[in-house]
Design a protein around this ligand. Structure first.
Ligand SMILES: [Zn+2]
Length: 115
C-alpha cells in the first residue's frame, strides 16, 4: 500500500527553488526524495524545523533531488506530524532510523508510541 505524506507536489532541491517556494519563516515538515518517471514522489528522508523550514531544508541540497514541504502552525504540530510519518513509513525504505526528537526545551510526547 502506498502512503501519502499529505503534502503538495515536489520541487527540485536547489537554493533558488527553496527560496522561491518557502517564503514564510515558519516551523514545518519536509520530505526529501526523488520522482520516478511516472511522476511518483519517492520519500527517502523526512524531517522538520521548529523555527525555519527554509533554512533547515537547505542543509540537504546536493544530497537529495527533490523536496516537499508543509508549514506547521506550531513546533508541536510539526513534531506530531513527524512522529506520524516516522511510525507510518516502512523503516527499510527511508533513511530515518531513529525516533524524531522533541523540540528543544519541551516535554511533548509522541502520541503514537508515548515516548
Ligand atoms: Zn513515537
Amino acid at each position: 500500500m502506498k502512503r501519502s505524506i499529505g503534502m503538495k507536489s515536489s520541487y527540485v532541491l536547489t537554493q533558488k527553488s527553496v527560496d522561491y517556494e518557502i517564503t514564510k519563516i515558519s516551523a514545518g515538515n519536509f520530505a526529501l526524495g526523488y520522482e520516478t518517471k511516472s511522476g511518483l514522489f519517492v520519500v527517502e528522508y523526512f524531517g522538520r524545523s521548529d523555527t525555519d523550514l527554509n533554512h533547515e531544508i537547505k542543509k540537504y541540497i546536493d544530497r537529495y533531488e527533490r523536496f516537499k514541504f508543509f508549514y506547521a502552525s506550531s513546533p508541536k504540530s510539526a513534531f506530531v506530524k513527524e512522529c506520524k510519518n516516522y511510525h507510518a513509513f516502512d523503516k527499510n525504505k527511508i533513511v530515518n532510523k531513529s525516533h524524531p526528537e522533541k523540540p528543544e526545551n519541551t516535554d511533548y510526547e509522541c502520541p503514537y508510541c508515548k515516548q
